[in-house]
Design a protein around this ligand. Structure first.
Ligand code: COA
Length: 174
């Protein structure tokens, strides 16, 4: 799966599914975007607790020189029903504020929808994700393995009624 994103007159990226060869450059983008606090986050606990990585639904942004400049990873999880977990989302600091983060998110969510799914959950900034179709998870509906700021716990339904039976602890998919 591959699409092309053009930002401005002369900047364009390919948005592609993640491949093993992207792993090392993605680590560099994550380190530059997040800094050293990244592994303390509750999202990391979710991924450690048996979430199944979905490289074919994840999206990597590659510039015209072939360099990885952003990533949006997708995992399969379960909370009453099968769900997708989005994260990390990161854009290299040199490329931020040009629309790449939003485009990566849209492309990954579209891939999840095309794959057939109930919904996508994530922990992130509501101001960034609400315009992309995410809304706050109702207080207490889903339990995360670690402290959660309910103002940053968001979900997006992928089909009508897809989230109506979503509840309980977020855990590994079946
Ligand atoms: C968050 C991130 C992926 C956004 O990527 P980006 O390419 O800069 O984002 P875009 O250019 O598509 O969108 C920019 C918009 O998002 C807003 N935005 C960007 N980062 C934000 C943040 N952390 N919190 C709230 N809003 C944010 C900007 O203010 C801007 O809004 P505007 O268009 O109304 O001015 C990028 O800033 C990043 O890698 N940050 C560090 C890692 C991180 O915090 N990831 C998110 C965790 S889920």
């Amino acid at each position: 799966m591959r699409s092309r994103l053009t930002l401005g007159a002369d900047v364009s990226y390919a948005l592609v599914a993640e491949l093993p060869e992207h792993a090392a450059p993605i680590e560099r983008v994550l380190a530059r975007a997040f800094g050293p606090g990244r592994f303390a986050k509750t999202s990391e606990r979710v991924r450690e607790q048996g979430a199944v990585f979905e490289p074919a639904l994840s999206r990597v942004a590659i510039n015209d020189a072939g360099a990885v400049m952003g990533v949006c990873r997708i995992w399969r999880v379960r909370a009453g029903v099968e769900l997708y977990f989005l994260g990390p989302l990161a854009v290299d600091p040199d490329e931020q504020m040009a629309g790449l983060g939003a485009a990566l998110t849209r492309a990954a969510v579209d891939a999840c929808r095309a794959n057939g799914g109930n919904g996508v959950v994530l922990v992130g900034a509501a101001r960034f994700f609400q315009p992309l179709g995410f809304s706050l998870v109702p207080l207490g509906a889903i339990a995360l393995p670690g402290p959660v700021d309910w103002g940053r716990f968001l979900w997006c339904e992928l089909r009508p009624g897809g989230l109506s039976a979503a509840r309980g602890p977020l855990s590994a998919p079946r």
